[in-house]
Design a protein around this ligand. Structure first.
Ligand SMILES: Cc1cc2nc3c(=O)[nH]c(=O)nc-3n(C[C@H](O)[C@H](O)[C@H](O)COP(=O)(O)O)c2cc1C
Ligand SMILES: O=C(O)C(=O)c1ccccc1
Length: 402
């Protein structure tokens, strides 16, 4: 069919006057994980925002986590068949569509009324692993009943061992597939934002899997003091040592994952004490200020335990699929997202969580294609180089965000 003679020809107007079609839907689709951060910030109370975003002390380790990614450049290979890039992987017997999972974070009802149930639905939709915090604000059973993907349960070593033992039993009964013991928080980090805000957990929200009596201190707001620091000091036993791990191992058949390892020495001890996997993590810069960036500790840990066949997971500062790719190339078998999942949850509930995990996975698959590494085993150290900070490639400017 020929065009009518008076039909407009090719549009030669200046580019900024070319009609762009209908305006984007409101809100426009998120193009990057950062978009969820902006949306979350607009929706959240400033004290909750500070709780989520904050780090310990001068927040130097928090900043270091992001800066370490800026020093990584990617080494693309060409003329590789990348028609199909497979982000699938297997971890402790579970098949995962993506190596990007959900890090354990406390009190999701601070961010969305459905709390951890929404997180589980979002993770399941993305085919991702979800590590549920022992400080979850929905019960382990409620979360498991709605989940469509694999769940692991994160534990702190509670002073009340009978409560810890009960949680371990409940986790197995509800279908959780591994226990993750967090080792880097014998005390809570000194989080100045929370202290300044007198941050406390609002009365309608609680860590429902713990003894109710433990919540009294978490709800008590005092100027100049973080209620969470008081609450964790009451709940968590700071005297545990490697020798105690046998007690936990003896209570459960579930694989045991140790989270918060940053040195080769501790990684070797972890394997000697029967760890089934390790998470290299500095707790998102919320614990020891001055600890290395997680990414800078990763190769050391992988070198120490990789030969023993112990899978190493990673968290801290991952904000894109490119970051995930860098950590995988340095030897991580999976990466976990902490704050970004909370941004997604606050912005749009389960859909936001699925959106964040989906974006990271899409970007990862894209990076695999453009680096000529169509499957995860090919994402190895030859895929990265590390040197001086590569401009602002890792994103947010210091001090403005994460
Ligand atoms: C708000 C918040 C709560 C957290 N709660 C826990 C927790 O209950 N247990 C735990 O092991 N780690 C907890 N973490 C640490 C995360 O599991 C993870 O190590 C960290 O967030 C990863 O860094 P990222 O936020 O830069 O991705 C928490 C982190 C945040 C931001
Ligand atoms: O682990 C954390 O970082 C954290 O913020 C937290 C919150 C509540 C209870 C325990 C830890």
């Amino acid at each position: 069919m020929s065009a009518p003679v008076d039909a407009p020809g090719p549009d030669v107007r200046a580019p900024d006057t070319v009609p762009l079609g209908p305006p984007p839907a409101d809100p426009p689709p998120a193009l990057r994980i950062e978009d969820y951060r902006h949306r979350a910030r607009r929706r959240l109370d400033a004290r909750v925002w500070d709780f989520v975003q904050g780090g310990a002390g001068s927040e130097r380790t928090l900043r270091a986590n992001r800066r370490a990614f800026a020093r990584v450049t990617l080494r693309p290979r060409v003329l590789v068949d990348v028609a199909a890039c497979d982000t699938g992987t297997e971890l402790l017997g579970a098949r995962l569509a993506t190596p990007v999972g959900v890090a354990p974070t406390a009190y999701h009802r601070l961010l969305h009324p459905d709390g951890e149930v929404a997180t589980a639905l979002g993770a399941g939709a993305a085919g991702a692993l979800y590590v549920v915090s022992v400080f979850a604000s929905r019960t382990l059973e409620e979360i498991a009943a709605e989940a469509t993907g694999p769940l692991w349960l994160q534990l702190y070593w509670l002073r009340r061992r009978e409560i810890l033992a009960g949680l371990v039993e409940r986790a197995a009964a509800a279908g959780y597939r591994a226990l993750v013991l967090t080792l880097d928080a014998p005390q809570l980090g000194r989080r100045h934002r929370d202290a300044r805000n007198g941050f406390a957990i609002p009365s309608g929200i609680s860590a429902v899997n713990l003894d109710a009596a433990l919540m009294a201190s978490a709800h008590r707001s005092d100027a100049g003091r973080s209620a969470l620091a008081v609450h964790t000091a009451e709940a968590v036993d700071p005297s545990v040592t490697w020798a105690d791990l046998a007690w936990l191992r003896g209570r459960s058949e579930l694989p045991l994952v140790l989270k918060g390892v940053l040195t080769a020495e501790d990684a070797v001890l972890a394997v000697e004490h029967g760890a089934d996997a390790i998470v290299v993590s500095n707790h998102g810069g919320r614990q020891l200020d001055g600890a290395p960036a997680s990414l800078d500790a990763l190769a050391e840990v992988v070198d120490a335990v990789g030969a023993a066949g112990c899978p190493v997971l990673f968290d801290g500062g991952v904000r894109s699929g490119t970051d995930a790719f860098a950590a995988l190339a340095l030897g991580a078998r999976a990466v976990l997202l902490g704050r970004p999942v909370l941004w997604g949850l606050a912005a749009d509930g389960a859909a936001g969580v699925a959106g964040v995990l989906g974006l990271a996975t899409e970007e990862l698959a894209h990076t695999m294609a453009l680096t000529g590494r169509p499957a995860l085993p090919a994402v190895d150290r030859s895929a990265v180089a590390r040197g001086a900070a590569a401009g602002t490639a890792a994103g947010t400017a210091p001090g403005t965000g994460l």
